[in-house]
Design a protein around this ligand. Structure first.
Ligand code: ADP
Ligand code: MG
Length: 285
């Protein structure tokens, strides 16, 4: 695929990024002094508690919003707004309901004035990769949820972005479909090796996919820990959690996430803090 999909890579760097909303009693600090690097050719997966500020961070990287302080650069260029170099896939389906699978996938190149014939080979290649050969001429409402997501992956990849950002793209799918999606997505990633930044709250998904796991603190969020996941690819779902290495990473990550969740629970109310103190004493005695 490397000769079919030539994807230049983007190196994303965040330095001391902070973001807040509102003022006075509506003031809410969402990201605080967050520094991180997302390197090309490495599948970086960010995991953090729900509501910690992950999507906010993505909106900043995408250039939809600006940080209040700190800098975000891609290959050294400051992010000033949205750009063709970055492609963001959100959980919500964005397929055009009046277009077939094939036309949806060809949409991006067509929108910038390219002839379909020029991209048909690449489209067919991607359609095959995401297992939609039999569904080329079908419309989104004739596809299952998982097929729609696969169609979206192909639709994004045909644009050959430097950076692909995926914000919980498989949330809401049933477990079996989700697992299948991981395999399709990992397979596409193994072939294109663009800069991929994948955001999730699902620890199994994170470990199955990641080369590098970025664990976030609770809100206001910043990086709590970075763990390299040196498990060889291609990985197999059927056996990855039989590996001690995968389980050790899972335990370590869960421990950090649990501590973060406890901090937020504790700061929720005095009753919650008292409960945790009493509980911790009971557990340790
Ligand atoms: P996550 O994606 O990790 O679940 P989000 O980034 O969506 O978290 O949201 C983090 C917090 O930021 C939430 O508490 C949300 O209320 C707050 N937030 C996000 N956008 C805004 C906004 N435009 N105005 C005020 N608060 C916001
Ligand atoms: Mg989110």
């Amino acid at each position: 695929m490397t000769d079919k999909l030539k994807i230049a890579s983007g190196h994303i760097e965040l330095k001391s990024v902070s973001k807040f909303y509102g003022e006075g009693e509506n003031y809410k600090e969402v990201i605080k002094d967050c520094s991180l690097e997302i390197t090309p050719g490495v599948l970086s997966v960010m995991i953090g508690p729900s509501g910690c500020g992950k999507s906010t961070l993505i909106r900043l990287i995408a250039g939809f919003e600006k940080p209040n302080s700190g800098t975000i650069t891609i290959d050294g260029r400051p992010v000033e707004g949205p750009g063709k170099d970055r492609l963001v896939i959100f959980q919500e389906s964005a397929l055009f309901p009046w277009m077939t699978t094939e036309d949806n996938i060809l949409y991006g190149p067509r929108a910038i004035g390219q002839d379909n014939s020029k991209n048909r080979d690449l489209a067919n290649f991607l359609i095959d990769k995401v297992g939609l050969n039999q569904f080329k001429k079908k419309f989104p409402n004739q596809l299952s949820g998982g097929m729609q997501r696969r169609c979206e992956l192909a639709r994004a990849l045909i644009n050959q972005p430097e950076v692909m950002v995926l914000d919980e793209p498989f949330r809401g799918l049933d477990e079996m479909t989700k697992e299948l999606m991981w395999e399709y997505y990992a397979n596409l990633y193994e072939e294109n090796k663009a800069t991929n930044f994948f955001v999730t709250t699902d620890i199994d998904e994170a470990i199955f996919l990641a080369d590098r796991l970025i664990i976030m603190t609770n809100i206001p969020t910043r990086v709590a820990a970075v763990i390299d996941v040196d498990i060889p690819r291609p990985r197999r779902l059927s056996n990855i959690f039989e590996l001690d290495q995968a389980n050790a990473i899972k335990m370590k990550a869960l421990k950090i996430l649990h501590e973060e969740a406890m901090k937020s629970f504790r700061s929720g109310s005095k009753a919650a803090a008292d409960f945790i103190d009493a509980y911790s004493k009971r557990v340790s005695s």
